[in-house]
Design a protein around this ligand. Structure first.
Ligand code: ADP
Ligand code: MG
Length: 715
């Protein structure tokens, strides 16, 4: 075996010796680590004065504003708790528009003046921080000369402690705003959208005769897909290192054709890694529930139990961070990019979403009484209406450069947003539409003669993996999110458009109720909305050519690239809905569109420069050396085979380098993004195509990059 390969193979050796976590007796209370690093309601109850604790709980349960005079007491208790756990510093932990989380650490200690230091942390420091905001993307909301940005404590997402081998850090989830009060982050709009939805759903529930609920929470549970590769390969690949994806690499002889990876048994090293991730996340109160292999080689998935959208979104950010940090302890690197390997299934994030009352009702649960059926139909139809109206916006909410390799390419889910309902539910709607739904007798779904939709059979069997938005028993699953994304924006959109549709349906219901029974009135508005919006419902194969043609006939949006989709963030109907519910102002929407468009262009620019550099300084020299060797051997046929391919590579490379020149790139985010998509990406693909052919012509010991077959199959 050539030296480089040998080297790569030995890199993947791993032994659990010395790093094993061991298996504690989990029936002993002392070994229960769940939420041990969270300033949870249980800890708060123990440590806070009663009236402070109660006020805090009211904020959590009802979304009431917190009396800031209580902040000092909370800060005191939080600091004592954190210091007992070894925390030396605290940080306001927030989510700027970069898509990752940000933290700036402050020490608890301040000099006391007599040569000693005192630990201090006041309510003011808990409530508000003032990081220098000038280096965060704002899309023109705040010019750098007025760089003031504020972080504001979010008491509805509990503070937590991040441990590292040399210390601990108290993290306080916060929102991030400009000094003029505009949202510079992902949390503020998400919180606003949750309020909007709660208001609309409570109004609708009253019409439906449910009067005891005070608040409706949206809930999310995200299934996260990811790849793990040996860290040695990662460091040997400048493309992975700087862009998160491989820009070169010929297809391996074996891919996932054999379907032998999905749900297969998990290799020991990977399992050990997963267990440690779960342990770390458990300490942080993230309720991880499932793990399994995914479709592609070296691809895996992890999913939590659902939580309210705000906490769920924070926990999702933590999950990604812990997954990446922990991997290094196992000599692995966790790849969260949407498409790390061309020709191999990419990674997504399935966003399971529902709405539930503070009294414990899941509004998307079909239920087993006629009344629950009515309620379910009302809310389910509202979601269909919302998704149909705002398909393009939903697509825009999941746009980024990595996603362009999945959505719109030959991979699930497609860029066309449609809804999968499943055969049973389709039958229910068909009956309502044809007027066959009569008054209910017990044990039937709206008197359709079919048994009440039982929750179980709807989970099993009736599934569709290609649909971007699927009803899965008692929730919708928005599957178009990218694996590296914060779930905040897609959920903000989902909540806002659902709030709008629920209000519209409730308005119609109010009218229909005049002189009608509740049952007939609901049937009437459901029927009307269904007829107007059923075009978005599709139960077939979302990959197929026929569906693309059919979707076009139906007038559904098919926005293949991010550049096509992002303008929908500022379309008139988007602005109207977001303004009505005070989720994002026009200016805030415009800033997001600009930030994301620019991020798209910058990402591709980095990829293109990396690709050019690898081709010029690694691949080309390797190819030329190999050519010289062939020339020395005097085997002219072999020279004739290789030489033209090297020339082809050079030709394509010069074109790419030319496309990369700053002076050839137009200014302005939109024009720049379009240029990247239409000129730079094709130039990059041309270089790759030749380089991947060369990979199969050049001596293995000369090839400068770990190959797909190594990265994906050595575990
Ligand atoms: P599947 O493979 O059927 O999609 P998984 O168990 O992998 O199922 O994931 C289902 C996800 O849906 C979990 O994260 C779960 O917590 C979440 N989920 C279940 N019920 C709800 C709900 N009411 N609201 C939001 N998410 C939910
Ligand atoms: Mg799923």
């Amino acid at each position: 075996m050539p030296r480089t390969r040998q080297h790569n193979v030995t890199a993947a050796q791993w032994s659990a010796n010395g790093t094993a976590l061991g298996a504690p007796d989990l029936t002993l209370p002392g070994n229960q680590t769940f939420a041990s690093n969270v300033f949870s309601p249980a800890v708060q109850r123990q440590r806070l004065p009663k009236h402070v604790y109660k006020a805090l709980q009211r904020t959590l349960a009802k979304g009431e504003a917190l009396d800031t005079s209580l902040a000092d007491a909370v800060a005191q208790a939080m600091k004592d708790w954190a210091m007992e756990k070894g925390a030396t510093h605290y940080t306001h932990w927030f989510q700027p528009l970069t898509g990752s989380t940000a933290e700036k650490h402050d020490s608890f200690y301040g000099p006391a003046g007599d040569g000693t230091a005192l630990a201090e942390f006041s309510g003011k420091e808990l409530i508000q921080g003032e990081p220098d905001a000038s280096s965060f993307p704002t899309g023109g909301i705040r010019a750098t000369f007025e760089a003031r940005g504020y972080t504001a404590w979010d008491p509805t997402s509990p503070a937590f402690i991040l441990e590292n081998p040399n210390g601990a850090l108290l993290c306080i989830p916060t929102a991030f705003t400009s000094w003029t009060g505009e949202a510079l982050d992902h949390k503020i709009p998400l919180l606003r959208s949750m309020d909007a939805l709660s208001g609309a759903a409570i109004r609708a529930l009253e019409l439906l005769g449910v009067t005891d609920a005070e608040r409706v929470f949206t809930t999310i549970g995200c299934e996260q897909e990811y790849f793990l590769i040996d860290e040695q390969y990662y460091f040997e690949r400048p493309d992975l290192l700087t862009t998160g994806r491989t820009l070169f690499g010929a297809q391996p002889p074996k891919g996932h054709e054999l379907d032998d990876h999905y749900f297969g048994s998990i290799p020991e090293r990977i399992l050990a890694y997963m267990l440690e991730v779960e342990l770390e996340l458990a300490k942080l109160g993230v309720p991880i529930k499932t793990r399994h292999n995914e479709v592609a080689p070296n691809q895996y998935e992890v999913a939590p139990i659902f939580e309210n959208s705000n906490v769920g979104a924070d926990h999702q950010m933590l999950t990604m961070q812990i997954m990446q940090n922990t991997a290094r302890r196992y000599g692995l690197v966790c790849l969260l990019h949407e498409k790390p390997f061309a020709g191999v299934n990419g990674s997504g994030k399935h966003n399971n979403w529902s709405m539930g009352t503070d009294t414990g009702l899941n509004l998307l649960e079909p239920g087993d009484t006629p009344h629950e059926n009515l309620q379910f139909l009302f809310f389910c139809t509202s979601v269909i209406q919302a998704v149909n109206k705002h398909q393009a916006l939903l697509r825009a909410s999941v746009a980024n450069a990595g996603q362009d390799h999945r959505l719109g390419a030959n991979e699930a889910p497609p860029a066309i947003i449609s809804i999968f309902l499943g055969a049973e539910l389709q039958k229910v709607y068909a009956a309502i539409e044809s007027g066959k739904a009569q008054s209910a007798k017990p044990g039937s779904f709206l008197g359709l003669g079919t048994p009440v939709l039982p929750p179980l059979p709807m989970h099993g069997g009736d599934r569709n993996r290609t649909s971007p938005f699927a009803f899965t028993g008692n929730k919708f699953e928005f599957r178009a999110l990218g694996s590296s994304m914060s779930p905040a924006l897609p959920n903000t959109v989902l909540n806002t458009i659902a709030a709008e549709a629920i209000d519209e349906m409730a308005e119609a219901l109010k009218k229909a109720l005049r002189g009608n029974s509740l049952e007939n009135a609901v049937a009437k508005v459901v029927k009307e909305s269904w007829s107007a919006n059923k075009q978005v419902v599709f139960d077939g194969d979302g990959y197929s050519e026929e569906w693309h043609a059919e979707a076009e006939k139906r007038g559904l949006a098919n926005l293949r690239t991010s550049t096509d989709a992002l303008p929908w963030l500022t379309e008139r109907q988007t602005v109207a809905a977001f303004k009505k519910y005070k989720v994002l102002s026009k200016r805030e929407l415009e800033s997001r569109e600009e930030v994301f468009t620019e991020q798209y262009a910058v990402t591709i620019n980095i990829e293109a420069e990396t690709a050019a550099s690898i081709a010029r300084t690694m691949i080309l020299p390797a190819a030329v050396r190999h050519l010289n060797e062939l020339k020395e051997s005097g085997l002219e046929e072999l020279v004739a085979e290789l030489e033209p391919v090297i020339k082809e590579l050079h030709f394509a490379l010069v074109k790419l380098e030319d496309a990369n020149l700053k002076e050839n790139q137009p200014e302005g985010a939109h024009k720049w993004a379009k240029y990247m998509r239409d000129t730079v990406i094709p130039a990059m693909e041309d270089v790759r195509e030749v380089a991947d052919r060369l990979e199969k012509l050049i001596a293995d010991d000369r090839w400068p990059l770990p190959k797909y077959s190594e990265m994906l199959f050595i575990k």
